[in-house]
Design a protein around this ligand. Structure first.
Ligand SMILES: C[S@@+](CC[C@H](N)C(=O)[O-])C[C@H]1O[C@@H](n2cnc3c(N)ncnc32)[C@H](O)[C@@H]1O
Length: 284
């Protein structure tokens, strides 16, 4: 991979070079994973990149680490230590908010990790009494979860579809860094659908890009954001990390979460997804 040498010191270029490097790393991982899958599944011949052992390992009673590519897709890095630590922090954010708002942890409670990816957060909930569910639009991630996280039930959903759960089914739903990658119509579709599958009184935790990331916006985007409008980059790549949505708090309150009661808003409070905001909302 290129490192772009002295160019990274040219004012204004550093951020673009960083993004370029991140894209190259992602392409590299995708290519390596495709090659591995091709060999495994179809017994094709060809050189296989040596897989690097991760620099940290989960505890012996924890699930194994997912492959680099799946870690990259959910965390924007394949760093194994960060994958484990950020998942723990996200789990702590969730449990702390639930406790603060008196949501009980009971064995009859059903919790859904919407857009669970490869279980970065869910893996840390295996000892909670609740019944755990995860769904995602990425079938590779869900296959990995179904094979390695036996304490939860998993399903694949389409980018825009009804979920395969009954009305009023879940007590708790959380979606870390999922609405951050959807354009407005899909966000509204999914809030409606999550509203349907939540029980009355059930809660939904969302993490979104808020004021802490305004500095990343262009002048025109910033003007939109400041006027309280959702800003979405690359909406055609909905559901991937290349599509990025920025949520003014006023827009979340009035448009996105309009049908819900706002229980909590913590700017930069999603500590496992820094520096995203955390919103806890309730179906009334
Ligand atoms: C940045 S990752 C975050 C994954 C996970 N929530 C976490 O915090 O580790 C975004 C995830 O949202 C999933 N996703 C995007 N659009 C979705 C949709 N319409 N339905 C379900 N999952 C979706 C992606 O496949 C990806 O796994």
């Amino acid at each position: 991979m290129r490192t772009y040498g002295v160019w990274r010191f040219v004012p204004g270029l550093a951020r673009w070079l960083q993004r370029l490097e991140a894209r190259e790393r992602e392409n590299h991982l995708l290519a390596a994973e495709c090659q591995r899958l091709a060999q495994e599944n179809f017994r094709l011949k060809g050189p296989l990149r040596q897989r690097q052992p991760p620099d940290v390992s989960p505890q012996s009673d924890e699930p194994p680490l997912p492959p680099e590519l799946l870690r990259w897709l959910v965390a924007g890095t394949d760093d194994a230590a960060w994958f484990l630590e950020s998942g723990r922090r996200a789990m702590a954010t969730l449990l702390e908010l639930l406790q603060r708002h008196g949501v009980p942890l009971t064995a009859s409670g059903r919790w859904l990790d919407f857009g669970c990816g490869c279980g970065r957060v869910l893996r840390h909930l295996q000892h909670t009494p609740a019944q755990l569910y995860g769904c995602d639009a990425n079938p590779l991630a869900i296959d990995w979860c179904a094979d390695h996280l036996p304490f939860a039930r998993f399903a694949v959903n389409a980018l825009a579809s009804p979920l395969d759960y009954d009305r009023d089914f879940f007590d708790v739903i959380y979606a870390f860094s999922v609405f951050t990658h959807l354009p407005q119509p899909l966000q509204q579709h999914w809030l409606e659908e999550l509203h349907r599958v939540l029980k009355p009184g059930g809660v939904l935790l969302l993490s979104v890009h808020g004021d802490a990331l305004v500095h990343q916006l262009s002048r025109a985007e910033r003007a939109d954001y400041r006027a309280g409008r959702l800003v979405v980059r690359l909406p055609a790549l909905a559901g991937t990390n290349h599509c990025a949505a920025f949520h003014p708090p006023a827009w979340v309150r009035t448009v996105l979460a309009g049908r819900f009661e706002i229980l909590d808003f913590q700017p930069e409070g999603a500590t496992g997804n820094p520096p995203q905001d955390a919103w806890l909302i309730r179906k009334t």
